[in-house]
Write a protein that binds this ligand. Sequence first.
Ligand code: ATP
Length: 518
Amino acid sequence: MAQQDEIFKKLVSHSKEYGFIYPSSEVYDGLAAVYDYGPYGSLLKNNIKEYWWKAMVQLNENIVGIDAAIFMHPKTWKASGHVDAFNDPMLDNKDSKKRFRADQLIEGVIEKLQDKINKEVEKAAKRFGDSFDEKMFRKTNPRCVEYAAKAADIDHRMNLHMKNGDMVGLKSMIDELEIADPDTGSRNWTEVRQFNLMFHTQLGNIAGEESKLYLRPETAQGIFVNFLNVQKSTRQKIPFGIAQIGKAFRNEIVARQFIFRMREFEQMEMQFFIRPGTQQDWYAKWKETRMAWHLALGTPQSKLRFKDHDNLAHYADAAVDVQFEFPFGFRELEGIHSRTDFDLGAHQELSGKKMQYFDPELGENYVPFVVETSIGCDRMFLAMMSHAFTEEDVPDAKGEDAKRTVLKLHPALAPVKCAVLPLLKNKEELTSAAMKIFNDLRYVVNCQYDEKDAIGRRYRRQDAIGTPYCITVDFQTLEDNTVTIRDRDTLQQERIKIEDIERIVLQKTDMRRLLEKL
Ligand code: ATP
């Protein structure tokens, strides 16, 4: 884990140094859990959004997109349950004055037990060599069995308290498990209390509850309240979906781990409206579809897994997370939820307006059920960056060229697709030939022209931002209209004709290739 921590630190500083992510308002020492995307970061983020949007909206005739406002009528959040139930259990340490989430502290104990099991497994694997049967060992080794039973018991009790909103129960678990502030070791805790995660502000200059506005904590409600507008204006028939990408805000109690948990973030959500009773099939279908979307990017299956929710939210009859193995372990990347008719039903009741659909095939009206897929754009960004970040030795290279840091991003997501580099800076024939290629290519893909420093250094700069191709213009170019093209991952250089550059670059970097895999 220490090594993973080290890699994560390097990734955070690399993100800043190379213009991917900066702390917000850094001149004022930053703002906790708020970040700004730099020149390459915003390009990568836009590419992630484009991949999601095209996979959802462009490739499905029965999914349409919207862009709803961040502010919504305050009653929206009453109906959705957020005013009453969008809470996390928090407590303060009286000595360190730090605030924690009770469930996360308890989960920390479970993680420690799991670490202990993994250590036992590692030791045994070394001892037994090839004949080691890990499954059997986990099932029969007395220590593993004891730790696993303890972890399961803690998990079960915690989930029960969470479900029942039992703050006293959570506090007694923290006392019983002797949980201390991880930084100071103090066990001097306050009681556990519920903390609502919604930010609020005031409409105009009217004071009071009536004009209390919330910054949306999820984009989904903008879709629910527009369900009939969209259905009527696009004449969609059930089943159909509405997709949206937009900002959401949550006053997270503990915001750590860089852009994993932010107070202002972006969601890519799709609500799929279906006939009541068909939710199990659609839930299974969307699980499969979303996993295929992740795998098409070349992310290995071993880094992705489904994790069913033990503790269902008030609106769901089934829910699963797509977890990704971040440098700090497997964590939620995306949620897939079967939301029943909870949201439309609640808006119908509170607004007094019908939220029903007339099904021409059945000849009846009903409030549709919903299966949703909801992924954080920033978490997807972090997943892609942490998977891509690689430090490696360069074969046959010496000195500072012997090592490189390279972002092995999927070429369709890479911020810059291609760099055009004249071999030497002060040879006008070379720079003008390179500039000509660059000026032509920039109409097709996002590319860069770079003539500063030695060629090896320029290659390293492009590796560091994940550019899949470098085109080098040398003296031979002037004779036979060929250039070399260097592949970021294989480091192979090939000589190709200038007229073939566009086709070759597009072959790998075009979003179309990625979408065709779905
Ligand atoms: P978590 O359990 O991590 O708080 P959640 O279950 O509350 O997440 P959802 O409400 O299902 O998350 O939101 C859908 C997606 O939005 C998540 O899978 C995640 O990718 C993203 N997301 C949620 N909260 C944040 C946050 N504070 N910062 C960044 N992304 C977030």
